[in-house]
Write a protein that binds this ligand. Structure first.
Ligand code: ADP
Ligand code: MG
Length: 688
């Protein structure tokens, strides 16, 4: 077996299982080895049957004395009942709908069971425990710290554990990118040991050292990337943009609103950055609706006055079009030439007639536009700039490293453009600094005044119809609503609402008098865009959507955001959804639907009632969930770390130091070919 051995060649993997594994992005033995446990069930406590207590979560070992299947009359459910005995007593065990267990476990078998002790009419009983026969070798399912993996709906935990067990010997041939000198200096165990121990730890201490080793390597790579990027950027010059004080003041004075203090400060910080000889790398952070776009406009005005071009790339057509409309309006008193280039739209604010794509591309190439707004279309080959000196990435987490780099590469080869990345992800400054060596950050904390605060309510099942009635009332008054569900398709196992089901139900009954739209990630980008445009134009009253809705769309007429299974989402994400409403003059509402009886879930949702600031919420969220969950997801734009926590500042510091050591020794990594290989193409010039 090799790391690259296809998963289908392992024993116990048929076509069906291989397909399910593929859904977890596991196609080779190596992938499986790197499929790390999400958590561990602690069955370290082995208890004698006579000592069992109600609600205990335990491992027990004994002999099967009786086992058999029966079926209930009413619900036609299979029930497997068994008696297990150790030296002290006998316990009843029951499994539901797993009749095949009687094939695996026979009278006289020595078994190990793990599960919770509950009680029914006849006394203590263990319900649906994990089980394994003891004569089959080492236990992996029922004793000690038992790994729990992310599963797809149909793979069993048992299956995954057995498969991982099969590939574990490969840990020895996996090569680590971490130089030996670093491994020794920081007293880390080898990667091979770490991988074995992280899957099947024999103790908490072993687990800790395994996690520590893998986390260290992750952070080390992260730090190395960011330091290399910094070195690279510093080796370039940028075109200097002088502060166009007069014109900036004029534009600010003609805006239809007064800039907030944070907007002013951020704009000033950016303008100063543009005035340096080295390229600026800046992150502009601000909650949804805090007004980041106009700040970018002020910077782009300065760039234009210096005689250079700016490009702003947004993740969707609709967003790019919105930017075009907003910015041309806000800049109507200037003579800025603003262009829009997407897959289907080619516009220039000063053009009197309709432009063809070819024409617009020509205009951009010859310097006939100062500010070029667009989507991914901007990074297509045919698009060239006259003198691009400033790149703005909106919703930066929606873009890959390659896409950002492709746009930056469109400046002249002698210099590097200044970069502004805009994001609504509330990353505390300390964290951003630990992560991105030296990166500059501007933060907009306060929202413009005068917008009515969004009324947020937790709605439980009994009040569901009231919520629907309220939505109907609002729609009859001309407003619009979003309804978000966690899933696309129905799933029994995950037990959450799906957009397809909700869409069917709502469009056919509850809201059959209204126009209801269905939006999810499986739609083609073109269909998504047209659906969003219809919603923005008011042709759709209610949009039932999955998380694809998250991107900064501005529909001031939408006033209700209803989120199904709200307890399944992170607070930061819920806050993003909520930010989709409350953008116009009307009072807006956010309904957090939940059927959870878990106190913690309610406390967490309550935080949304208390805070309306993304930073405060992120902090609150951290008290409930690990930083990995708060910041670790792809959505938030954070680097994906399997094990490391971005908040482990101690380890981050060591990793940073280690990366510095290596780069001091060999700034181009030529002494470390493995490492260089690992970083490979993915070394970004900025931010990652
Ligand atoms: P985001 O930070 O989410 O990208 P936008 O830049 O889209 O926010 O701004 C949201 C809305 O707020 C826009 O309609 C914008 O014109 C408006 N806006 C921006 N700054 C202010 C301000 N200082 N006062 C009032 N409205 C503002
Ligand atoms: Mg925005």
């Amino acid at each position: 077996m090799q790391l690259t051995t296809p998963i289908s060649e392992l024993s116990q993997v048929g076509v069906a299982t291989a397909k399910k594994l593929a859904r977890l992005n596991i196609t080779t033995a190596g992938d499986l080895l790197w499929h790390l446990p999400r958590r561990y069930d602690d069955f370290s406590e082995r208890v004698r049957i006579e000592d069992l207590e109600l609600d205990q979560k335990v491992n027990l070992v004994g002999e099967i004395q009786m086992i058999g299947n029966k079926r209930t009359h009413r619900s036609r459910m299979h029930i497997t009942e068994a008696l297990i005995a150790d030296d002290t007593d006998v316990l009843r065990v029951i499994w539901f709908n797993q009749p095949f267990i009687t094939k695996a476990l026979k009278i006289g078998d020595q078994v190990s069971l793990a599960g919770k002790i509950t009680e029914d009419f006849a006394g203590l009983v263990m319900i649906s425990p994990s089980y394994e026969r003891l004569n089959a070798g080492q236990t992996i399912h029922t004793q000690g710290l038992v790994p729990v993996y992310d599963l797809t709906a149909e793979l069993s935990a048992k299956q995954v554990r057995s498969l991982v067990k099969q590939v574990l010997p490969l840990a020895h041939i996996i090569s680590s990118a971490l130089p030996n000198s670093i491994q020794n200096k920081y007293q880390l165990i080898t990667l091979a040991e770490a991988l074995k121990q992280i899957h099947f730890p024999t103790s908490q201490i072993e687990l800790e050292s395994a996690r520590n080793r893998i986390a260290f390597e992750e952070l080390f790579i992260l730090q190395l990337r960011s330091q290399l990027a910094r070195l690279q950027a510093k080796s370039h010059d940028a075109l200097i943009v002088a502060f166009a004080e007069q014109e900036t003041k004029e534009l600010v004075a003609t805006l239809p609103f007064t800039l907030t203090e944070d907007q002013r400060r951020s704009a000033w910080e950016i303008i100063q950055g543009l005035g340096q000889t080295k390229p600026m790398l800046r992150l502009l952070e601000g909650d949804v609706g805090t007004g980041k776009t106009v700040v970018a406009l002020l910077a782009m005005l300065n760039v234009a006055r210096a005689g250079y071009q700016s490009a702003l790339m947004a993740p969707t057509e609709l967003l790019a079009t919105q930017h075009y409309e907003t910015l041309t309006r806000l800049a109507s008193t200037t003579n800025l030439r603003i262009a829009l280039l997407t897959r289907t739209q080619w516009r220039l604010n000063i053009a009197s007639e309709k432009l063809s794509k070819a024409k617009l591309i020509k205009i951009i190439a010859s310097g006939g536009a100062d500010i070029i707004l667009g989507t991914h279309a901007l990074i297509q080959e045919q698009v060239t700039f006259n003198n691009l000196d400033f790149v703005v990435i909106d919703e930066q987490h929606r873009f890959g490293v390659e896409q950002r780099r492709a746009l930056m590469a469109k400046s002249s080869s002698a210099t590097m453009p200044h970069l502004l990345s805009m994001t609504a992800t509330p990353i505390p400054r300390s964290l951003a600094l630990a992560l991105y060596d030296d990166l500059d950050i501007s933060i907009i904390k306060t929202k413009p005044k005068g917008r009515p605060a969004i009324i947020t309510k937790i709605v439980e099942e009994p009040d569901r119809n009231k919520a629907y009635d309220y939505i109907s009332t609002q729609i009859k008054a001309g407003r619009q609503a979003f309804i978000i569900c966690p899933l696309i398709d129905p799933s029994d196992i995950l037990g959450a609402r799906s957009v397809t089901e909700e869409y069917e139900r709502l469009s056919q009954s509850v809201f059959r008098d209204f126009s209801v739209g269905l939006l999810h990630g499986k739609l083609k980008p073109r269909d998504k865009d047209s659906l969003m445009s219809k919603f923005a134009a008011g042709e759709i009253n209610i949009l039932v959507a999955t998380s694809v809705i998250e991107v900064g769309i501005d529909v001031p007429n939408a006033v209700i955001m209803m989120i199904e299974n709200a307890d399944r989402f992170g607070l930061a994400q819920l806050h993003q959804y909520r930010g989709r409403v409350g953008r116009g003059e009307h009072q807006s509402y956010c309904f957090l639907m939940t059927d959870s009886s878990d106190d913690k879930a309610h406390q967490r949702l309550n935080a949304l009632l208390e805070h309306d600031n993304g930073f405060d919420l992120a902090k609150a969220d951290l008290q409930f969930r690990g930083p990995g969950e708060v910041y670790g997801s792809v959505q938030s734009g954070f680097p994906e770390l399997k094990i490391a926590s971005l908040f482990d500042f101690e380890l981050m510091k060591k990793a940073k130091e280690a990366a510095q050591t290596i780069l001091t020794e060999s700034s181009d990594l030529s002494l470390y070919p493995d490492l260089k290989n690992k970083l490979g193409e993915t070394t970004d010039a900025h931010l990652e």
